[in-house]
Design a protein around this ligand. Structure first.
Ligand SMILES: NC(=O)c1ccc[n+]([C@@H]2O[C@H](COP(=O)([O-])OP(=O)(O)OC[C@H]3O[C@@H](n4cnc5c(N)ncnc54)[C@H](O)[C@@H]3O)[C@@H](O)[C@H]2O)c1
Length: 263
């Protein structure tokens, strides 16, 4: 079979949360570039509008919606609106997330200094909202007996991670096991649920701190390939997990980390 067929998303309806920046933006692009109609969800009004306009200008298919994933009922309504407008829902990328404050090697990140507000906010956006995204999507996918869900976890959710804080690592560990749990329940309905666990990527997370030279170097020093990743480098794995070629993959949480979790 030719590669184009294995990765062809023509006619598929997709949602990407957190699509205005970074990994979500790159994933939205690759889904649209391979034939999907992509609904772009983000709190960044101008960002999603600009991306939708650019994709449509390139002859691709997209729509935007201003959705705050932390507002669970608004999130569920927005997912339902896409499914009802198009009569189906094929691919959902639960990507929106935030950084979790200082890492555990700093005084501010020490366990006695982790405030309830930070903990609750990070767990709510990074884990509870991902659960609500999967829950809202699964309802439509179970009924149509097909679907792909991809959640963006982190290598910080696969093992202890000195580069991040308690709340972030805990939220991402939760996402990784949420993927595995959902894969069991949804497999009989032909709804496949997988996770991506990125290492450090050059995005706008934490206000783009990772792009400051000393922060970038600190992250790069943890990576066997000796560098952080460019956002475009997420596209191949995201497309693979959304496309016909991965039809026997579910419950996997795949690191894309330049080798970091191999040691
Ligand atoms: N950049 C990395 O190194 C890295 C590593 C591992 C995992 N991740 C994960 O990748 C995902 C994407 O992050 P990124 O690095 O691309 O960051 P980013 O800040 O560049 O993009 C995140 C996007 O999510 C949106 N967003 C944030 N809160 C939202 C909310 N409540 N509702 C709707 N949209 C919201 C932002 O507006 C932004 O457009 C996150 O889940 C993050 O934890 C990133």
């Amino acid at each position: 079979m030719r590669a184009e067929k294995l990765f062809d998303l023509t006619g598929q309806i997709a949602i990407v949360t957190g699509a205005a920046s970074g990994l979500g933006l790159a994933i939205a692009e690759v889904l649209a570039e391979n034939g999907a109609h992509v609904a772009l969800f983000d709190i960044n009004t101008e960002g999603v509008a600009a991306l939708a306009a650019r994709l449509k200008g390139e002859g691709l298919s997209a729509e935007e919606a201003v959705v705050d994933v932390s507002d669970l009922s608004a999130l569920r309504s927005a997912v339902d609106a896409v499914a009802s407008r198009h009569g189906r829902l094929d691919i959902v990328i639960a990507n929106a997330g935030i950084s979790g404050g200082p890492n555990v090697r700093t005084d501010a990140g020490a366990i006695e200094n982790v405030g309830d507000e930070l903990w609750n906010r990070v767990l709510h956006i990074n884990l509870t909202s991902v659960f609500a995204t999967i829950q809202a999507s699964a309802r439509h996918m179970k009924a149509q007996r097909s679907g792909r869900i991809v959640a963006i976890a982190s290598i910080a959710g696969l093992r202890g991670d000195p580069m991040t804080g308690y709340a972030y690592a805990s939220s991402k560990g939760g996402v990784a096991n949420l993927v595995r749990q959902a894969s069991w329940e949804l497999a009989p309905y032909n709804v496949l649920v997988n996770g991506i666990a990125p290492g450090p990527f050059r995005t706008n997370i934490a206000g783009g701190r990772i792009r400051e030279p000393e922060v970038e170097k600190a992250f790069a020093d943890t990576v066997p390939l000796g560098r952080i990743a460019e956002v475009e480098e997420i596209k191949g794995l995201a497309l693979l997990l959304s496309a016909p070629c991965s039809s026997f993959m579910t419950g996997a949480v795949i690191p894309i980390d330049g080798g970091t979790t191999a040691i």
